[in-house]
Design a protein around this ligand. Structure first.
Ligand code: FPP
Length: 276
């Protein structure tokens, strides 16, 4: 049996989707732009915050499913640097929601052996949010299963600025310490090591809900070769079955990283062979 852990509780639709999944072709890292909470609420004539509350349910389901599929890393875009432009009441609600989520879900996160990380500039968040986040990270630090990175007060360009600043600081220290300036190198690896996501594989799959065809300043460096999956489904309607559909779609794609497709490569090799 392929996914015994998930199949035990799966309904018929989920079981049939799981059947189509190949555990060997799953992405190592999934990143998700959870969009459409506001529209979900508007369509129901509810306040926007009701959409965020409903969105937590989707987040919970996706987190648990990814952990059970043994995905290495899941990154969720929960609050961007640009989100400060929203009304204060909505921001306060989002912060409270996050704290409630951490308080209620920490045991489940633990039970699923998930390690919680935060990427972004958490030092600019309200003190009580920082405290709860730090506690949750500390409590799950020894977990060896999936890494759950929550992007909080996150911006992709800001992340690059922070990385370049950290590299510059390292350079200064090295020059002051032993005058080893000329040997100092900056390459792709150096930059990756100074990003918030250092130690995580790059996302193989980027999912965006609610149909917008934008990257919205999310993981700009890391998604260089990610497969992008956009669904019209609004985030609060995004279920385990939707996630499995996205994974099935991902597994069918051929990733070329700028090279040739397998068929084209074979054709080209045969042509070279033919010319002797
Ligand atoms: C985008 O919808 C969603 C957000 C800005 C917040 C996402 C946060 C959660 C779902 C909270 C749960 C997170 C965790 C990690 C538990 P939108 O308001 O931009 O929707 P709209 O585009 O329809 O207005």
């Amino acid at each position: 049996m392929k996914f015994p852990d998930l199949l035990r509780t799966a309904n018929r639709e989920e079981a049939s989707l799981l059947e189509q999944l190949d555990p060997r072709r799953l992405p190592r890292h999934i990143a998700i732009i959870m969009d459409g909470n506001g529209r979900w609420a508007e369509r129901r004539h509810l306040p926007r915050v009701a959409g965020h509350r409903a969105g937590v349910k989707s987040a919970r389901e996706v987190i648990e499913t990814c952990a059970r599929l043994k995905i290495q890393a899941l990154t969720l875009y929960a609050f961007s640097l640009e989100n400060w432009r929203r009304p204060k009441a909505e921001i306060d609600f989002l912060m409270r929601l996050l704290r409630d989520y951490l308080r209620k879900e920490l045991p489940v996160i633990h039970r699923n052996n998930i390690r919680l990380l935060v990427i972004g500039r958490p030092e600019q968040l309200p003190a009580e949010v920082q405290r709860d986040v730090a506690r949750a990270m500390q409590q799950t630090a020894e977990n060896t299963g999936m890494k759950l990175a929550v992007a909080l007060n996150y911006g992709g360009r800001a992340e690059l600025v922070d990385a370049f600043k950290a590299i510059l600081e390292r350079y200064k220290k090295q020059v002051q310490g032993n005058g080893a300036g000329p040997g100092f190198r900056v390459d792709e690896e150096t930059i990756a090591e100074h990003l918030y996501t250092a130690g995580l594989p790059d996302p193989d799959l980027l999912i965006r809900t609610s149909g917008e065809m934008r990257v919205s300043n999310f993981l700009l460096w890391q998604i260089a070769y990610a497969e992008i999956y956009v669904t019209e489904t609004l985030w609060p309607d995004f279920t385990r079955a939707h996630l499995l559909e996205a994974l099935i779609d991902f597994e069918k794609r051929e990733r070329r990283y700028g090279g040739l497709s397998r068929r084209e490569a074979e054709k080209s090799a045969a042509a070279r062979g033919g010319r002797g």
